[in-house]
Design a protein around this ligand. Sequence first.
Ligand SMILES: *Cc1c(COP(=O)(O)O)cnc(C)c1O
Length: 354
Amino acid sequence: MKHLIREVFLEEGYVFATRAADIAREAGHTRPARLASNENPFPPSPKAVKAATDVLPNANRYPDETNREFIAALKKRHGDYRFVASVGMDGIIDTVIRTFITDGDPVAVATPTYSYYGLAVRAQGGATVSVPRKEDFSVDPASFCRDAAGTKLAFLCTPNNPTGTTETTETVAQICENYEGILFLDCAYIEFDGTDYRPLMKKFDNLIIGRTMSKAYSLAGLRVGYAFVPAWYEPFYNRAATPFTLNMVSQAAGAAALRDTVHVKTIVSVVQEWRQRFIDECPFPVVPGGANFVMVDVAPRTAEDVVTELAQKGVIVRSCASFPGLPDHYIRVSIGEPWENEAFITAIGEIYQP
Ligand SMILES: *Cc1c(COP(=O)(O)O)cnc(C)c1O
C-alpha cells in the first residue's frame, strides 16, 4: 500500500543524531555527557510539576480549548499581546505554514538553520528558497529582502540553531518594513540572550514571534509552544489549528512555569556563565552566540572525526554537517549539567592539536 503515500513522505524526515550515543555506549560509557540536543539539563520548576500533577485526575475531560490559564500567564509575563499556543513551537510552525502555503508556494528560509521549517513546508506542498546568511552567520536585511522577494512567508531563527547568531532588533525591524510577506521569527532560545523583539509586535502587522517552553523552561517533554501574533491573524490561525491544542497537563505546567520567574532566571544565569567558560576555555574558535549551546569551528579537523573522538571519551555532541549550507567542520555543543560541561572542556582540550 506504500504507493498511496505522498512522495514527500518517502524522503527521510527529521534526523535525530543517535550515532554518537551508540559510539559512547560501545566505548563503555554508561553515563555519557549528553550535549547534543539543546535540552535543559535542569528539571522544571517544582511549581510546574505540582500544577501538572494536580490536574491529572481531571484527564477524563477535554482541556480548555481556549488555553485560558496559559494565555493569562503569558499576558502577565509579557504584557498585552495576542498569543496562540500549540504542541511545541513545531506545532505552531506547522499551523502557520498551513494558513499561508499551498502547492508550489515558495517559502524563504535564512540558512543554515533549523531543519524542521523545510520539512514542514514540503509537507504542505510548498518549496523552500534558501536565503544565505553572511560569512559570520548574521543576516543582512537588504539581501534578505531581495532574496525573499515574492515569497509569502519567511523563517528567521534568532538566536539561530545551530550557529547561535542573534540578530539585532534593527535588523528584524528593517526586514519587517521591507519584506512583503509574513516574517516568522523563531525565538526558541531568546531567554538565554535577552534581546527583546516584543515591542516590534506593536509596529508591524507582518511579524509572528515563535517561542517555546522546551528550552529555558525545561518543559521539552510536555510540548508547550506559543507565539506572539498580529491581532488580524489570530482568527485565521485558530481556524487552521486542531480543535484542542495544548493538553491540560501542558497548560497547567506551562502557566505555573511562566509564573515562577525566579526559577528560569537562575537557569539562564547558570547557562550564560557556562557559555562564557566554553568561549574562554575551548581551544577551537567558538562562534559568538546567545543560546544555550555554542557552535565550535573544529577546522582543520572534520565534525565527524571530532564527534566520534568526543563520543569515545564519553561526550556526545552534534555534528553540524547535516545542516544544509554549513561546511563539515562545525560541531554544536549544548550547555549541560556542570559535570557534563567539565567533561566537554577536558575532552576537547585533549583532542586539540595546535
Ligand atoms: C527546539 C527548537 C524548536 C522547537 O521547539 P519545541 O517547542 O520543542 O517544538 C523550534 N525552533 C528551534 C530553532 C529549536 O531549536
